[in-house]
Each structure stands twice: as C-alpha cells, then as structure tokens.
Design a protein around this ligand. Structure first.
Ligand code: NAD
Length: 500
C-alpha cells in the first residue's frame, strides 16, 4: 500500500473509498513512516453496511450448510496460499517479527478450519417418544446481523476468531478492526470475497469509538463480539446488554506463572523468557508475573541474565526476538509504569527503558525489563502493562501462590511449572483462571476448544471459537411434533399441560 493511501471500506461486496473527511495515520512502529490512513467511516457508510448485511442475511441463511462449509474450505486454502504475504503486511503495520506475524495468521487459519466443520457443529438434538407418539428435536439457526470489534495486537487471528464462525453459522457480519492496524483485516476481507463469499455477507467498516457506538446502539444488530482493554470491554458489555444484545467481551489480563522448586530450572528460564517479552509483551496471554515458590527464587539471577540477552529489532531482522511497541503512546505508558515500579520500591534487575536499535532511532523500542521484590500493592503488579516487563513475586508455599493468583481481578491465563503431579493437580483444580498451562507457559486452546478467560478478562457467558462460538452466534429452535395416524387418535380438547 503506498504512502498515505487510505484503507478501503468493504461495503455491499465492494471495496470503496470512504467519503469521510476524518482519518487516522497508521505508522510503521519501527520508523514512524506513515503506511496508510484509517478513515473514520461516515454515518451514511455505517448505515449502508448494516443495510447490506441485513439484506444479505435473507439469502445467506438459506444457503445449505455444506455450501457454507465449502466457502470456508476455499477461504482456508486461500489464506494458506497467501500466508506469508498476509504475515508481511501484518509485520509491517504491527512491528511483529516475521515469524511471530506468521503465527498470528496461522492461529487464525486454524479457526477457519474449524468453521469448515460447521455441518457437524450445528447438528441439533433429537429424542423420540418424549410422550406417546410425540418426538422432540432441535435445530440451530442463525441470529441475523452480528458484529465484531477487534484490538491491535492480533490483527489476523482475532478477526478470524469471529467472522468465519459467525458466517459459517448463517449470520452476516460487520467487522470494525483496530484503527491502528487496518491493512491486515482488509486483506483478510479481500481473500474472503475471492473465496466466493456472497456480496454483503461480510462488511468491514473502519473507525474508532463513533463507529463502535453506531454498532452498539443499532437496534437490529443481534450480537457483539469484542476483544480489547478492560475499560472498553466493560463499556461494550454494559452498553450492548443494555441495548438487549448478546455480548461477549474479551478484555485485559495479568497472567501469573507459578514456579515450584521441583521444576526443571532450564525449562522454566527458557519458557519464561519467551512468554514474558515475546511480541514485546503485547499478548493477552503473555506471562507478566512470575511467582517463585520457596527455593525456586534462587533462579531469579539466571532468569535476569537470560532476559538481558534478548534483543528487539525490526520485523525483517532475523535476529530480532521481538519488535517495537505499537505506538509512541503505548511506549510512553510502559516507560511510565517502569518508572513507577522503581519509585515504589521494586528492584529493577533488567531495565529496558533506554532501549536503542541500530538503524531505527525513531522506533517504539522498550527492552526486556525484569523487576524482583514486587508486591501486590505496587502499580506494576496491579495494572496490565502490555509491554516486555516481567514482575517476580516470592512466596513460601503453593497455597500462598494460589491465594495470590486467585485474589487478582484478572483470570485470562496462568501456568505452573512443576515435576510433581499432585501440585499440578491441586493448582489446576483450585486456581480461578480460565486457561491453565501445566509446564506450558501460554496455554491458548486450539479452536476445537474455546478461548475461556474468566473474571475481569471476560465479560459475557459464551466464549470465542469451539462449540461455545456456535452457541453464541445462533439460536436453538426446539420442535415438538405429533403425527396422528388417524382421527381416532384425536381425543378432543386437552385442558392440562400433560403431554400423554
Ligand atoms: P482497545 O480497548 O484500546 O481497543 C479495542 C477496540 O475497541 C478497537 O477496535 C478500538 O477502536 C475500540 N475502542 C477503543 N476505545 C473505544 C471506546 N472508548 N469506545 C468504543 N470502542 C473503543 O484495545 P487495544 O489497545 O487495541 O488492545 C489491547 C488490549 O486488548 C489489551 O488490554 C489486551 O489484554 C486485550 N486483549 C485481550 C484479549 C483476550 O482474549 N482477552 C486478546 C487480545 C487483546
């Protein structure tokens, strides 16, 4: 995409220039070069997107489920064919390393594979003879127009968590991607059209709060899927449910990794380095707190040594471990929190505040940062930092570790490193977090399960992908039927609720 070009809206099957006079520049986070502009769609464009989605629903919901599955199969094949090209666009606008960008695309493709299984996933239930001569069976039917609002940190994976599942269920979908990296989702939409998705089934509208508010307040939009920060997630959940919509809002995180003294030291150190500062810590499943139990605290210096060796760099630098933060504002926020950590008495063993990358003087770089002696009262423990910053907390027992993790308001992911099955079993059973890794640092479930954050990391009931997504994006219709063989079966008015 050439400099300053505006990303297009995808409305009624056409990629169109927005008529809006307002737009937001999208910059390469390693250089500040303007890559393109995100237009803020006009009210008229938002209305047209909805009207087209509503119209398309009338025919798309009647398309046989096996044909819907075939669109997903073709889409999956196209995404695989264009995998590296999408990853390059993604790397340029997010700053992620090329390998990490490929992972972002791949985790999305896996959800499209799941969406291609839609016939089996949308089979209902049946029971014969629930009363004499009466059968009951249920069907899964789509809702109507659904919408998704996505964050900057996974511009391929998270849109692909949403629209393929919703559309495979027979709904039509309006996607409002992050204004910070709109090129990747726009490319995903181009390939979806190429896969043979009928006109209007997917719309992509660009913008920010105003465009989200249009979707939140539209009386006919049935379901809203959101991923982003806690304050915005709470706002979306409150407003969406107040407007009587079905809402799932995935929000921020503070993920703890508990390290038992019986764990393997090398495994722990290697895993913690990648899980904490990988992708510059801009992952909702990143480990941001390492809880050292008993003698495992003796491994802190070795972990600090390994973290200090990690070097960020540009997306196409093969030696770079991770890229820059998404924006100068995100960088400043992380630097302020690091400063706060120092002021509040945490011990800064590795300080990445003054990070420089040769050849990229203007990049939003923050080096790996590691604090020990962190306490529950400190700001760096309480807030989601969303940067390459790891906090170490020391406790004496597994019970104390559990108490710490369970008292934290977030509940996205957690992990335990141990060689003791009883400790792992106790942790897995008692921890109040939705996704638990045992000797696995970032336990993101594959799409045949669901992405199941808890507490302040998720507002709603039904989670992303897997069987829960089918329930989120559909209604169940239950039919109770009697087919009398003759009029003799007709016994006159029945005044009770009893069936037999
Ligand atoms: P964000 O909340 O700033 O933005 C997310 C989306 O909401 C964007 O599309 C944005 O345009 C829109 N938005 C922003 N402010 C709004 C407002 N006031 N009203 C209405 N809409 C608004 O989040 P982000 O910075 O793009 O993403 C990072 C956050 O997302 C982190 O907190 C991270 O933990 C979270 N996240 C969570 C998960 C998860 O599964 N739990 C996954 C990825 C990211």
């Amino acid at each position: 995409m050439s400099q300053q070009q505006r990303v297009k809206l995808f409305i009624d099957g056409e990629f169109i220039e927005s008529a809006s006079t307002k737009s937001i520049p999208v910059t390469n986070p390693a250089t500040q070069e303007v890559l393109c502009e995100t237009p803020l769609a006009t009210d008229d464009e938002m209305k047209r997107a909805f009207a087209s989605a509503k119209e398309a629903f009338k025919t798309w919901k009647e398309v046989p489920v096996s044909e819907r599955a075939r669109v997903m199969m073709r889409y999956q094949a196209l995404l695989k064919e264009h995998h590296d090209e999408i990853a390059e666009i993604l790397a340029k606008e997010t700053g992620k390393t090329f390998d990490d960008a490929k992972g972002d695309v791949w985790r999305g493709i896996e959800v499209v594979e799941q969406a291609a299984n839609i016939p089996a996933l949308t089979m209902g239930e049946t029971a014969e003879n629930v009363a004499r001569g009466i059968d009951t069976y249920s069907y899964i039917q789509p809702l109507g127009v659904c919408t998704g609002i996505t964050p900057f940190n996974f511009p391929a994976m998270i849109p692909l968590w949403m629209f393929p599942m919703a559309i495979a269920c027979g709904n039509t979908f309006i996607l409002k991607p992050s204004e910070q990296d709109p090129m990747t989702p726009t490319r995903l939409a181009e390939l979806f059209a190429e896969a043979g998705a009928p006109k209007g089934v997917l719309q992509v509208v660009h913008g920010a709060k105003e465009q989200v508010d249009f979707l939140l307040n539209h009386p006919e939009i049935r379901a809203i899927s959101f991923v982003g920060s806690v304050p915005v997630g709470q706002y979306i959940y409150r407003t969406g449910t107040e407007n009587l919509k079905r809402v799932q809002a995935f929000a921020g995180a503070k993920n703890h990794c508990v390290i038992m003294p019986d764990a393997n030291k090398k495994t722990v150190v290697n895993n913690l380095v990648g899980a904490s500062v990988g992708a510059a810590g801009q992952r909702c499943m990143a480990i941001s707190v390492a809880v050292f139990v008993g003698k495992s605290k003796e491994w802190i210096p070795e972990l600090a040594e390994e973290l200090a060796k990690v070097k960020p760099g540009a997306w196409d630098d093969e030696n770079a471990a991770y890229g820059p933060l998404i924006s100068p504002a995100a960088k400043q926020r992380v630097l302020d929190l690091i400063q706060k950590g120092k002021e509040e008495g945490a011990e800064c063993l590795v300080d990445g505040s003054d990070c420089k990358v040769e050849g990229f003087p203007d990049g939003n770089w923050v080096g790996p940062t590691f604090f020990s002696k962190v306490t529950k009262e400190m700001t760096i423990y309480q807030q989601e930092i969303f940067g390459p910053v790891l906090c170490a907390v020391e406790v004496d027992t597994l019970e104390e570790a559990l108490e710490l993790v369970n008292s934290n308001p977030y509940g996205n992911g957690t992990s335990i490193f141990t060689t003791n099955g009883a400790s792992a079993r106790k942790y897995q059973h008692e921890v109040e977090v939705g996704q638990v890794g045992i000797n696995i640092p970032i336990p993101v479930p594959l799409p045949f399960f669901s992405f199941t954050g808890w507490k302040n990391s998720f507002f709603g009931d039904l989670h992303a992908y897997g069987k829960q997504a089918i329930r989120f994006y559909s209604e169940t219709k239950t039919i109770t039927a009697r087919w009398p063989e003759s009029e003799i079966d007709n016994e006159g008015p029945n005044m009770t609720i009893k069936l037999q």
